[in-house]
Design a protein around this ligand. Structure first.
Ligand code: ISE
Length: 351
């Protein structure tokens, strides 16, 4: 069986997903591309052997589309995912599922009301498929570094496109750190605070860098620096410090050059080369599940809702000068579905 996939969005990520699905994912074929900029949709469609649409709704309704991958602007996600639910089509939506808690909640509620058996919504928190993050999680679960105590992470883009603001830094980029932290530690984030150092003069649209503090239910404290105009390259770091040792993500260098008595390492310009395997493995896992009629092992709508609640709390902290904000997760939060683990401490116990 081959799953006929329609890709919404022919920009940077839509193009990357379409090429990966068409060229490197078995059991998948890209049959449709939609983008409001029709020329862009048609150019990508010609490259991948698909039809092009200017309307996402038409693509979702098309009889040539069995499943939909959404890589459009974040603000368009909720409406497009809702349309997939109404057409009963499985959808892999790029993170964030939607920028607001309200929209994520509406999607979770609608999916629940449809009671389709296997949930239709999967969310593209692709870091969960990155081999190095997976290896770190396995080492943690095996007790290699004892109980984790703190996590030190960095998320640096070389430059950031115009059009965002400080909140978008959290809902678009910080959301990865929110999801991967809860997933790695297998514990939901229960309180956060937001901090701002001096801001770079190179971007007047937002506070940059930002520092996020995330406290999980197990009492681990995570500090993340988010710097979207770091200039020197794309750089993601993560070190977990435990009672017996540490485990660290391998650095994302593409090459090391030795020359003239000097060793130098090159960075990627953006995340695509760094996470290429993760994107491919995630899409393959999704397609495999669609073919076998099983639950896709990707992030769920409920986990994306939990991440949106944490992002909202960080924005609230930002708007209140860095106050510590608690989060109540009415749904199972990221991490809990992986081991069904119970919280060791409630927030009131956190010192
Ligand atoms: C982008 O949308 C991504 O998803 C990248 O993984 C992330 O590193 C970047 O900051 C986001 O803008």
């Amino acid at each position: 069986m081959t799953v006929r996939i329609g890709v919404i969005g022919a920009g940077v990520m839509g193009s990357d997903h379409a090429r990966t699905l068409q060229g490197s994912v078995s059991g998948a074929t890209v049959t449709a591309i939609a983008d409001p900029v029709q020329d862009r949709a048609c150019a990508l469609a010609a490259e991948t052997g698909a039809r092009c649409f200017s309307s996402a709704e038409e693509l979702i309704a098309s009889p040539f589309v069995d499943a939909v991958l959404i890589a459009s602007n974040d603000n368009a996600h909720a409406e497009q995912v809702m349309a997939c639910l109404e057409h009963g089509k499985p959808v892999l939506c790029e993170k964030p599922l939607a920028p607001t808690v309200r929209e994520c909640q509406d999607l979770v509620d609608r999916q629940d009301a449809l009671a389709a058996g296997i949930p239709l919504i999967s969310v593209g928190f692709m870091r969960r498929f990155h081999p190095a993050y997976r290896a770190m999680k396995t080492l943690l679960e095996e007790g290699a570094i004892g109980q984790p105590l703190m996590v030190l992470s960095s998320h640096r883009n070389s430059t950031c496109p115009p059009g965002g603001n400080s909140a978008a830094t959290i809902t678009n980029s910080g959301i990865h750190e929110i999801d991967i932290t809860a997933w790695l530690l297998n514990s939901p984030i229960e309180s956060v605070s937001w901090h701002a150092p001096r801001s770079t003069a190179l971007d007047s649209s937002r506070q940059d860098p930002q520092v996020l503090h995330l406290r999980t239910a197990d009492g681990v404290l995570t500090a993340v620096d988010l710097f979207l105009n770091a200039q020197y390259g794309y750089d993601v770091r993560c070190e977990i410090v435990g009672e017996l040792g540490t485990v660290e993500l391998a650095r994302p260098h593409l090459t090391t050059t030795s020359r003239a008595l000097t060793e130098s390492k090159s960075y990627a310009a953006d995340w695509r080369p760094v996470f290429a395997d993760a994107y491919r493995l995630q899409s393959q896992a999704w397609v495999d599940a669609l073919i076998s009629g099983t639950r896709p092992p990707l992030a769920t709508a409920e986990e994306a809702l939990a991440a949106a609640r944490v992002a909202q709390a960080l924005v609230d902290s930002m708007n209140s000068g860095g106050a510590t904000i608690s989060i109540n997760h009415p749904h199972p939060a990221a991490g809990e579905s992986f081991a069904g683990g119970k919280h060791e401490r409630t927030l009131t116990n956190v010192r």
